[in-house]
Structures are given as structure tokens and as C-alpha cells.
Design a protein around this ligand. Structure first.
Ligand SMILES: Cc1cc2nc3c(=O)[nH]c(=O)nc-3n(C[C@H](O)[C@H](O)[C@H](O)COP(=O)(O)O)c2cc1C
Length: 198
């Protein structure tokens, strides 16, 4: 039984005070911290423990320049000024790692002959969940996030994942956000608008 819960301060950090950032302070993010973000991210649950998420951390100027032509105009500055932008991708042949990841059953056989659109659907669902774990992990370590889907997936895939079975899902800039440039928080739906208990 779980007998502890996250402190109010922790909840503020991950949820209530966490925002989506577009502007970044001039403060670097070291590679060790990116590793820590992954070490937390990987613990979140996925179907049959398939873990389809693959992450490319774009940090160097040259790598950012490769990403730039795929970005919607409104996202160019956000990526070019962020210390790091993670390309959150998904391996659509995720089932090849199931003998390692789900060793107590032949889970590979459940997926390997499924049609491509079904594999993509499964990979998208599970890598999107992992993308959410990734943002919560980053925030729990004091980083800020700037998630983005405003980009051309085919261009990103050609530039970074050619010849692989990985496809891009979404981007997430990481760093220390400039809170002075935030818009006021937009409203959220209430419990009554969203939920039913039956
Ligand atoms: C999957 C995803 C895609 C998004 N795409 C973009 C984007 O392309 N450009 C952008 O400026 N913001 C983008 N956003 C940011 C959202 O607009 C933002 O998270 C939302 O308005 C809530 O803002 P808040 O976190 O500051 O409350 C995206 C967010 C998510 C989760």
C-alpha cells in the first residue's frame, strides 16, 4: 500500500505552477540532467511494457539547424533559443524489443503481424503517454518544458530518422523558462465539465 504522497510543493512544481514555455533564460542544461529525466521517464507504464519512446536531444547548433526547416514559423525561435529540444519519437517496430521488455510471455507475437496503421496507433498512444511522463519527469527535476506539435513530421523523420523504424511524435523544448514572458494561464475544464462518477 502506498502510504506517502507528493507534498503540496511538489504538486505546485509539476502541475499548478508548471507552464508551457516559449522563452528561455540563458542557462545551460547539462547532459547528466537529461539522463536523469530519462531515468524517471522510463518508469512510467506502457502497454505490455513496450516502451516505444525514442528520444533525440537536439542541443548543438548544427543539429538545431537541421531541425529548423521542419518547424512551423511560430516555433522557430522557440527551438533555436532553447538550450535543448527533445524530438520525442516512437519505434513502430517496438515489438522487436518485447522479448527483452516482457520476457514472461511471447508478447512479440501479439503485435508483429498487425497492419502498419495499427502498429502506429499503438506506438502513438504509448509514446504519447511516455511523452507526458517525460514532461512530468523534467518538471520534477526543476526543468521547464515547451511541447510543440507545430512541425512537419515527414521532414523531421527524413532529417533524423532516415533508414530507421522511428517516427517523430512531438517536440519538447527543455531549459529554464523566462516566466516574465508568459501569458496568463488559460482556463481548464472543471471536474463537472469533464468527469462523471457512475
Ligand atoms: C502535444 C502538444 C503540442 C503543442 N504544440 C505547440 C506548438 O506547436 N507551438 C506552441 O507554441 N505551443 C504548443 N503547445 C503548447 C500548448 O499550447 C500549451 O501547452 C497549452 O496552451 C497550455 O499552456 P500552459 O501549459 O502554459 O498552461 C503544445 C502542447 C502540447 C502538449
Amino acid at each position: 500500500m502506498v502510504s506517502v504522497m507528493l507534498s503540496n510543493e511538489g504538486q505546485e512544481l509539476i502541475f499548478r505552477n508548471a507552464r508551457s514555455y516559449s522563452y528561455w533564460l540563458d542557462r545551460p542544461v547539462d547532459d547528466g540532467l537529461l539522463r536523469q529525466v530519462y531515468e524517471l521517464t522510463k518508469m512510467g507504464p506502457t502497454s505490455a511494457n513496450m516502451c516505444p519512446l525514442r528520444i533525440l536531444f537536439v542541443k548543438l547548433r548544427e543539429a538545431k539547424e537541421r531541425l529548423k526547416p521542419a518547424l512551423d514559423a511560430g516555433n522557430v525561435n522557440k527551438v533555436m533559443t532553447a538550450p535543448v529540444t527533445a524530438i520525442l519519437g516512437m519505434d513502430v517496430r517496438f515489438y522487436e524489443k518485447l522479448p527483452q521488455l516482457f520476457p514472461h510471455a511471447d508478447a512479440r507475437s501479439w503485435f508483429k503481424d498487425l497492419p502498419e496503421p495499427v502498429l502506429e496507433y499503438v506506438a502513438l498512444r504509448n509514446s504519447s503517454l511516455q511523452g507526458a511522463y517525460f514532461m512530468l519527469a523534467a518538471r520534477s527535476l526543476g526543468l521547464d518544458c515547451g511541447p510543440m506539435s507545430g512541425f512537419n513530421n515527414a521532414k523531421v523523420d527524413a532529417a533524423f530518422f532516415a533508414g530507421t523504424t522511428i517516427k517523430s511524435n512531438f517536440l519538447c523544448a527543455l531549459g529554464y523558462g523566462d516566466a516574465s514572458k508568459l501569458y496568463p494561464r488559460s482556463p481548464r475544464l472543471t471536474f463537472e465539465e469533464t468527469c462523471q462518477i457512475i
